[in-house]
Every structure is written in C-alpha cells, then in structure tokens.
Design a protein around this ligand. Structure first.
Ligand code: XUL
Ligand code: CO
Length: 509
C-alpha cells in the first residue's frame, strides 16, 4: 500500500493523469502477487514509471501520433468530424444540430442570439476531468498531454476557440487559474497568465469576447480560510493582488462583466469566527475592486454570484436576498448586480425562478449561470438544463428584465462523469442551448397570449380602485381603513386560480 501511495503522489506531483491510471494498475497487480513476485513487479514498475516520466513530452502526447506538427504543437483540428453546428428545426434527429435555437430568428422584437447571449465555461469544458471524491478522472481529451505546462495551456486555448467557433457561440468565461498555470511566485504566475492571455486575445478575433472573467480564490491551500474573509491579512492581500490582475486581463480581453463568486467566503463554525469582522472585510475588498475598476477604465458590470453552501458550511452570499441586504448595508448598491446560478438557487431552498425574480424586482439581475441540479441529489451537480418548464420560467424573468445584456447565459455546467466522448461536449451544449431557446419560445407564447398576465392582473384588481391607489401611494392610514371596514363588513375573498395558472403555463410547453 505504501508503494501505491508513493506512486500516486509521484504521479500527481507530475500532474499526469495518464501516469495516475498506470500507477493504479501497478498497485492492483501488486496486491494480487506473492512476495517475490511483488518485488519483481515493483522493480519492473519503477522502470516503467521512470520511463514514462521521462518520456512524457512537454506538448504532444506520445500515444496519439499524427497530431503533432513539426514544431511539437497540435496539428489539424481538435474536433475533427464535428461540423459547424446549424439550426435544422424541431423535426431534426441530428444530435449535432440545433432544433430550437435559431440565432437570427426574431422573438418579441429581438434576435434569439441577443436574448440568450450564450457563453462556454472554460473550467468545466476544458479543465473538467470527471474526477469525483470516489474516483479518478474519466476524461482524456485527445489534445491533453497530461501536463499543466504553458504549452498545454495554449493548446487548450486553441481547442476552446475551435469549440466556440463550431458551436457558433461568441462568449466564454474563465477563472485566471483555469487558463494558465500557477508559477512559484505571483510575478511568475502573472507572467504565465499574460502569455496565455496574449494568445487568447489573438484567437478571439473581432467577434468573440469573455462574457466574464473571475479569479480562482478557492483551490490553493492559502485560501483555506477564505480570501477576502480569511483570518490572515497576508491572504487578504494576496487575494486582492490576484483580483487586480484578473480584472486587468478581463478588461484587456474586452470582457463585459467580472464575477465574484464567494469561493470559501463563509464559515465552518461560528465558534471560531468573527462574522461581523469577516463581512466588514468582504465589503472593504469589494469597495477596493470598485475603485480599481474605475481606475483602469473597465466599464463591465461587477457581478456577485450567490451560493448558500459548498465549499463552506455557510457561504456569506447565501442567496439573492441575503446578498442584496449585504450590498445595501455597505452602500454598494449601484456598483454590483447579481449572477444567479440556478443550481445555487435550488441549493438555497428556492427555485431558480424565485432568485431571478428577487434579483429582477430589485434591479439587480445581471447574468445567469445556466445549469440545474438533480431533484434527488442535494448538492451542486452543475448539470446542463433540460427541463423545459424550468427554462420557460427562467425566460419569463429574462423577458420581463428586458434581456440580460451586457450579461448572458454562461453554461456553468459539466458533463456527467460517465460521458467521455469529445462529441458529448457538443451534445451537452446544444441540448442546453435548445432547452433555453425552447423556454424563450414558450415564454414568448405565454406573453403574447396574455391570459396568465390577465389572471395575475385580475387577482390584484381590488387594488385598482381609488382606495387601492391611496394604499399603494402610502396615503391610507389605519383609521381610514378601519372606517371602510365598518361600512363594508366581511370582505369577499376570490380564488387564487393556481390550477388554472398551471394549466395555462403547461399549454405553452
Ligand atoms: C461554483 C461556481 C463557480 C463560479 C465562478 O459553484 O459556480 O464556478 O461560477 O467562480
Ligand atoms: Co457559477
């Protein structure tokens, strides 16, 4: 077992998933042999491992020949055989075609592509490995060479842009550390980032831009107590330096928004936590971000992404309402909007529709992280949305909001661990896009039909009276209302018509 553990750590320190799997096989063999057989196998495997370690090239993988160009870079397409994805209409059976998303089609006065403003999340699509707490990675994309080198980061970036172009999506989202490897110092890390970002800028051309960028403030052990809410001043400062750089590169790439997801901003127990002080620190941090945004002339929207739990037991930005209260208390309203993630909303015990409406009616709906959870699983499963009913409710909010621009729909969603074909990446995005496109069409039908809105209008119609007007204008005091009650007697209370509302809603799906 010791041998196995040592192999695994050797392999992990090389960040090589190929080696990880291979060492796993050696471990299994060792467990089934006699002592002398084990020693022999051990020697053999040390040789094999050291051969593999030395043989792993910096760039092209050894076992996928013909793709390595002369300069050692990936040659040809990353997604050969996958065409540019086109709209074929609802009767199409082609998995690599849109059935409902027709980018140029106008719905309620706006093109579908302008309502939907889709974006691919670099971290799930290009860094997601399928690993879970019980199992090793399952996805070995052909272009991965098993290293976390700058050369590999650049190759992944090229794959990202081929993917976007084939999908016909003009936006992407990233964390700083997804796209470029950490160096030994902040200076080295920043220069790695600059190198990859320069390539991304070139590959973006005139059309593609980040929907948003963000800083990865949760993976590195330094952030174990949080970043802006860490009990360590040095960590607060490090996080500030990291966000400063991430804002600069987002601005440089023409990003339209910048996201603050809480990461580890929260607590595990109040017994060791000064919650008031931590929240004050978070507010100071966000104030400094606002000041820096203005200093560098970044006009994008700053977005906060609420989430109630995971990774901490209690995340400070619990849901839309909690985050709204935080912004109000610290005088930050007007500087931030919200990025509502559907699976986060359901984790907090709400529907996605609820958190979207909470954000919308407070003028804070800025962006949607489009995903969904599993009704039988209580955590953040980050699945692509496939429920037409949920998508229709989401789109009702978006239409009422007049769209999301400069925000959009970021697919913060990943393939299931068991989906391992490259084409699955396309199928998942096509399915997510079609689901929201269908939601948009249905929501438009409901709005054009008007009977749901009429049902709601009627329900409150008793307020469309002189006295109702006085109440809503804050001009009706208790004595005045009492006088009316004395005259009217018992009020008549009408039906809420919930089943009728549900029937109308269903008829549009
Ligand atoms: C985590 C999550 C993040 C943010 C960006 O649950 O949603 O991916 O969207 O940091
Ligand atoms: Co998210």
């Amino acid at each position: 077992m010791v041998v196995c553990a040592c192999f695994s750590s050797l392999c992990l320190s090389k960040a090589s998933t190929f080696l990880f799997i291979k060492s796993g096989l050696v471990c299994m063999m060792l467990e089934n042999r006699s002592m002398s057989g084990r020693v022999l196998l051990l020697l053999l495997s040390v040789n094999v491992i050291s051969f593999i370690v030395n043989a792993v090239p910096e760039t092209c993988p050894a076992d996928l020949g013909e793709k390595c160009g002369e300069d050692g870079e990936w040659g040809g397409e990353f997604f050969p055989g996958i065409p540019k994805i086109k709209y074929e209409g609802p009767s199409s059976k082609n998995p690599l075609a849109y059935k409902w998303y027709n980018a140029e089609e106008v719905i309620l006065g706006k093109k579908m592509k302008d309502w939907l403003r889709f974006s691919v999340a670099f971290w799930h699509t290009f860094r997601g490995t399928g690993a879970d707490p019980f199992g090793a990675p399952t996805k070995y994309w052909p272009w991965e060479d098993g290293t976390n080198s700058i050369a590999m980061a650049k190759r992944r970036m090229r794959a990202n842009f081929e993917f976007l172009n084939k999908l016909g999506v003009d936006r992407w989202c990233f964390h700083d550390r997804d796209i470029a490897p950490d160096g030994k110092t902040l200076q080295e890390t920043n220069s790695n980032l600059d190198e990859v970002v320069a390539l991304a800028k070139e590959l973006q051309g005139d059309k593609i831009r980040p929907l948003w960028g963000t800083a990865q403030l949760f993976l590195h052990p330094r952030y174990m107590h949080g970043a802006a809410t860490s009990s360590e001043l040095g960590v607060y400062a490090f996080a500030a330096a990291q966000v400063k750089k991430a804002m600069e590169v987002t601005h440089y790439l023409g990003g339209e928004n910048y996201v603050f997801w809480g990461g580890r901003e929260g607590y595990q127990t109040l017994l060791n936590t000064d919650m008031e002080r931590e929240l004050d620190h978070l507010a100071r941090f966000l104030e400094a971000a606002v000041a820096y945004k203005k200093k560098i002339g970044f006009n994008g929207t700053l977005l906060i992404e609420p989430k109630p739990q995971e990774p901490t037991k209690h995340q400070y930005d619990w849901d839309a309402a909690t985050t709204l209260n935080f912004l109000r208390k610290y005088g930050l309203l007007g500087e931030f909007k919200l990025n509502i993630e559907c699976n986060h909303a359901t984790l907090s015990g709400h529907s996605c529709h609820h958190d979207l409406e909470t954000a919308r009616i407070n003028g804070l709906l800025g962006n949607i992280d489009a995903n969904t959870g599993d009704p039988q699983v209580g955590w953040d499963t980050d699945q692509f949305m496939t429920d037409i009913g949920e998508a229709t409710m989401v789109m009702l909010s978006v239409i009422k909001n007049g769209g999301l621009a400069p925000g959009g729909f970021n697919f913060d969603a990943k393939l299931r661990r068991e989906s391992t074909d490259v084409e699955d990446l396309f199928i998942a995005h096509i399915s997510g896009m079609d689901t929201l496109a269908r939601g948009l069409r249905n929501a438009a039908k409901l709005i054009e039909d008007g009977s749901l809105a009429e049902l709601v209008r009627k329900r409150y119609s008793s307020f469309d009276t002189e006295l109702g007007g006085q109440i809503e204008a804050g001009k009706a005091d208790f004595e005045m209302l009492e006088k009316n009650v004395m005259e009217w007697g018992e009020p008549k209370v009408a039906s809420a018509k919930q089943e009728l509302a549900e029937m109308i809603f269903q008829s549009a799906l």
